[in-house]
Design a binder for this molecule. Sequence first.
Ligand code: HEC
Ligand code: HEC
Length: 206
Amino acid sequence: MWHKVRFGVLVGMLLAGGLWATSHHHKHAHKKQQQEEKQLEGPQPLVSDTEIGLRTIPLEDEKDLKLHSYDFHKKPPGESQRFERAYENAPPMIPHDTTGLLPITKESNQCLGCHAPDVASSVGATPVPKSHLFDFRNNHPTKDGNVSDARFNCTQCHAPQANAQPLVKNNFKPVFTNKTLEFRSDFMDVVDVGVKGANTKGSSKP
Ligand code: HEC
Ligand code: HEC
């Protein structure tokens, strides 16, 4: 009889201990899982994505986004007016319509149809400058006066201008060395300025 009671107590203690251990383990595992899930979500943002810019629309959804209306210049080449350079030797903006001229492909570059040095003056276009006929990687003019491959994709640097109003005021004011540089570049004449000994190296002059 006494034995049985002792045995019962023992079994009971074992059971209780087992239960406590498993529940403790479960609780622990649950907490760990929650922590891992939180980590997967990444750090919590301190500022909402609607507060970080002028857009005020969630970055992951475009449905409420309203664009201001804007137009690119519609005047065809020859009827437009060139823009003042953004700063000295900046790539000029395209002042004319580009409809039908893009995209530029390996087979077809219509820009060169007017801006290649040998045709430009006959169509009243500005010829590509000397810098576009120079291989800067190997430091010599390109073969046969061709436009460098690095300059073939004109719209990589030259963009048309839209009549959109800036959302943020820009206080930048360019300073030009002289008046002509507001509408022309002289990049190749000044590319070595400030480079010590640049004009003696590789030059045929002693
Ligand atoms: C049909 C001839 C023609 C074609 C094709 C053409 N342009 Fe022009 N481009 C001109 C003329 C002419 C001007 C001078 C301004 C004017 O009257 O439009 C000009 C001006 C420019 C200017 C401004 C130059 C400056 O000094 O401010 C850039 C940049 C330009 N074009 C880039 C391009 C690019 C890039 C393409 C190809 C997408 C292209 N053009 C295709 C004729 C052409
Ligand atoms: C890697 C950028 C880049 C690419 C690509 C490029 N340009 Fe330019 N372009 C410039 C910069 C910068 C200038 C001004 C400085 C200079 O003359 O090098 C310029 C100047 C010009 C000018 C004005 C020349 C002058 O006398 O004021 C014309 C026209 C022009 N580019 C046409 C083109 C055309 C057409 C193509 C494509 C065949 C082209 N560019 C490709 C960067 C580029």
